[in-house]
Design a protein around this ligand. Structure first.
Ligand SMILES: NC(=O)C1=CN([C@@H]2O[C@H](COP(=O)(O)OP(=O)(O)OC[C@H]3O[C@@H](n4cnc5c(N)ncnc54)[C@H](OP(=O)(O)O)[C@@H]3O)[C@@H](O)[C@H]2O)C=CC1
Ligand SMILES: Nc1nc2c(ncn2[C@@H]2O[C@H](COP(=O)(O)O)[C@@H](O)[C@H]2O)c(=O)[nH]1
Length: 487
């Protein structure tokens, strides 16, 4: 990456910069290969932040099907994370995991479950075999205690496909019959999953992030409090594909020692199984922080102090660094050592992802933006005007600290919650145009693909090498914002 003007002697945020178009030989945005340039080599350079309000099993499956990866948070007990990993690994790679309900489930229960998937329906199943499908539309206006068997559309009237069918075959079958959902069955007629026409189109367009055995990939966070090495060993055995160690101040000796311990556990595991799982460590914003964590054993360093949407660190402490400059410097330091970084936090538009990648990030971590989707962990809520939202909160908020310290004494918990550096309650509204995380991924990916072609880049390494970045004024940024109503 080069600056079109001389590099300023102050630090820059994503909003402070723009990219100039350069001569290109690329004829289509689909020519661009978005494989992440970190040691994970994800088909898509997107990582879901290890935040309790955001990253659960549903999010993990959905994002991995499109080529990214989600990280389960460190606050969840290891035994529960092990089960969640098992379920992600057992999930279908092409089809979406369906909400399935028994025939005697009430309309009220089904309506509470259906919003957990963007396809808006539940499959009525008996003994693993689908009998029909109910959507919210079928149940609206019915008595809450009506059983779904009475409201479902029977399976004979639906599109069923063998689990071996290709996305193109499924898309064609649905289009011909003008149906909205295909039900995939195994050879014994049992439910495997479902696919919408949009899901079939996405399955044809994206490559899933899969492990050596062909299962979806998922990462887990380890943290530095407690026995990090023992937790790491358990999660490696469960099949975690990446271990993320993060704390507010990643450039501290406790973190360095923690990374060294976890590296030994990972190396023993690799010697035993032949599977070398990358370690990600953070958060830092300096070259020194980057080199210290890499020397301790990090394969990827997580960059970002204070840019997060749930973050109060900068207001509370004055500490942090504008994220574009932090990413640029730390990526260069990591590259010099043959390693890479993740740009973590502060991403609110596709352009931010593109600029982080242009600055040299191997992948980009997103939290709050994905909180306002069907797939984030919390229940869907509705405000007084009927707008739907999910609740989100920071991992250093008093809400998260109270949950994290539940096994400590009351005094210790009260003391710990004094040091909050995050928001405990925020409403992340679902965008009616893009209510599912895959809708946001489509939006981001189309922006990033296009951005690469403006730079004449076919790969993300190329993109970093070719990007030409300028510094803009506040009015320069404002000029680029679309107008949804006349002025
Ligand atoms: N990217 C960012 O800007 C930030 C991210 N976060 C995220 O929130 C989550 C929770 O992080 P965290 O609060 O560290 O909680 P953790 O539970 O991971 O760690 C807290 C431990 O680290 C100690 N600790 C916390 N801050 C510091 C510091 N500045 N210097 C030295 N020791 C410290 C605490 O001790 P004691 O309480 O006794 O001081 C406690 O023992 C993580 O996922 C983290 O990445 C949190 C803040 C900033
Ligand atoms: N200072 C704090 N940072 C936090 C907290 N919870 C999470 N985070 C960081 O934010 C990113 C995600 O950023 P976003 O803009 O996409 O939401 C996450 O990965 C953490 O590094 C917090 O309570 N305080």
């Amino acid at each position: 990456m080069r600056f079109t003007t001389s590099k300023p002697d102050y630090d820059l945020t994503y909003d402070d910069v723009f990219m100039s178009p350069t001569r290109s030989s690329i004829r289509s945005r689909l020519e661009v290969d978005l494989t992440s340039t970190d040691s994970l080599a994800l088909p898509l350079p997107l990582v879901v932040a290890n935040m309790t309000a955001i990253s659960g099993r549903r999010m993990a499956e959905t994002v991995a099907r499109r080529g990214g990866i989600a990280i389960f948070p460190q606050d969840v007990p290891a035994a529960i994370v092990v089960k969640a990993i098992e379920r992600v690994k057992a999930a279908p790679v092409v089809f979406e995991s369906a909400i399935h309900v028994a025939p005697d489930t009430t309309a009220g229960e089904a309506l509470a479950l259906i919003p957990k998937r963007s396809h808006g329906a539940a499959v009525v199943v008996e003994g693993g075999v689908p009998l029909g499908v109910v959507s919210s539309g079928d149940l609206d206006g019915l008595d809450r205690f009506v059983q779904v068997r009475e409201a479902m559309v029977p399976i004979a009237e639906l599109t069923t496909v063998p689990a071996s069918a290709s996305p193109t075959e499924i898309f064609d079958a649905l289009s011909e019959r003008r149906h909205k959902l295909a039900i995939a069955l195994d050879p014994d007629g049992r439910l495997v999953g479902v696919l919408t026409p949009k899901g079939a189109m996405r399955a044809a367009l994206y490559s899933p992030a899969v492990d050596h055995a062909g299962s979806l990939r998922v990462g887990t966070a380890v943290g530095i409090s407690g026995d990090a090495a023992a937790r790491a060993a358990t999660l490696l055995d469960a099949g975690a594909d990446v271990l993320v160690m993060d704390t507010a101040h990643g450039h501290q000796e406790r973190m360095i020692a923690g990374v060294e311990r976890v590296r030994s556990v990972r190396d023993e595991y690799a010697a035993r199984t032949g599977r070398r799982v990358p370690i990600v460590a953070g958060n830092i914003v300096t070259r020194e922080g980057t080199t210290d964590l890499i020397e301790a054993g990090a394969d990827v360093v997580k960059v970002g102090v204070g840019p997060g949407a749930m973050c109060t660190t900068r207001m509370q402490t004055g500490v942090g660094r504008p994220q574009f400059s932090a990413v640029l410097d730390c990526a260069e330091a990591a590259r010099d050592m043959g390693k890479s970084i993740w740009a973590d936090g502060g991403v609110r538009h596709p352009r931010d992802v593109a600029l982080a990648l242009a600055a040299g990030a191997g992948a980009v971590m997103i939290g709050s933006w994905f909180a306002g989707t069907y797939e984030s962990t919390g229940p869907l809520m509705s405000d007084a005007n009927g707008r739907v939202y999910k609740e989100s909160f920071g991992m250093a908020s008093s809400r998260a600290v109270r949950a994290r310290t539940r096994d400590q004494s009351l005094l210790e918990r009260a003391r710990a919650s004094l040091f909050e550096e995050g928001i405990s309650n925020s409403r992340m509204y679902l965008d009616p145009q893009r209510p599912g995380v895959e809708d946001l991924i489509d939006f981001i990916v189309s922006g990033v693909r296009s951005s690469c072609t403006y730079a004449g880049a076919r790969t993300l390494d190329d993109f970093h090498a070719r990007a030409s970045i300028g510094v803009q004024s506040r009015s320069g940024y404002e000029e680029g914002r679309p107008l949804h109503v006349s002025w």
